[in-house]
Design a protein. Structure first.
Length: 103
């Protein structure tokens, strides 16, 4: 199945503790159907001190299910993603506005 959400997309969270907040996707794991969004779904992880890094409580973004994310269109609203062909090339577009997401 084609990737509707990719690294670098600006998304809004539809459900969960960060509902309504926006962020940029840092990484996507298509096998598990989850994505890590910068600054969202933060969890505190305890890290042991080493020669390289300071120990302590580190805030780390955790994966969010792709079904709980929607891409932000040019109007700043959540949009579903569709696919169509333009000039013989498959492109993603926002279903709310019809605008192409990636040129």
């Amino acid at each position: 199945m084609a990737a509707k959400l990719k690294t670098g997309d600006t998304v809004v969270v539809l459900a969960g503790k960060d509902k309504g907040r926006e962020g940029t996707i840092q990484s996507v794991d298509p096998k598990s159907g989850k994505a890590v969004v910068e600054g969202l779904n933060m969890a505190v992880r305890h890290q042991k001190q080493s020669q390289m890094s300071q120990g302590g409580r580190i805030a780390k973004p955790m994966p969010i299910d792709l079904s709980n994310l929607a891409i932000v269109d040019k109007n700043g609203k959540p949009a579903r993603v569709g696919f169509r062909e333009e000039d013989g090339k498959k492109v993603r577009y926002a279903k709310t506005t019809g605008d192409v997401i990636d040129a």
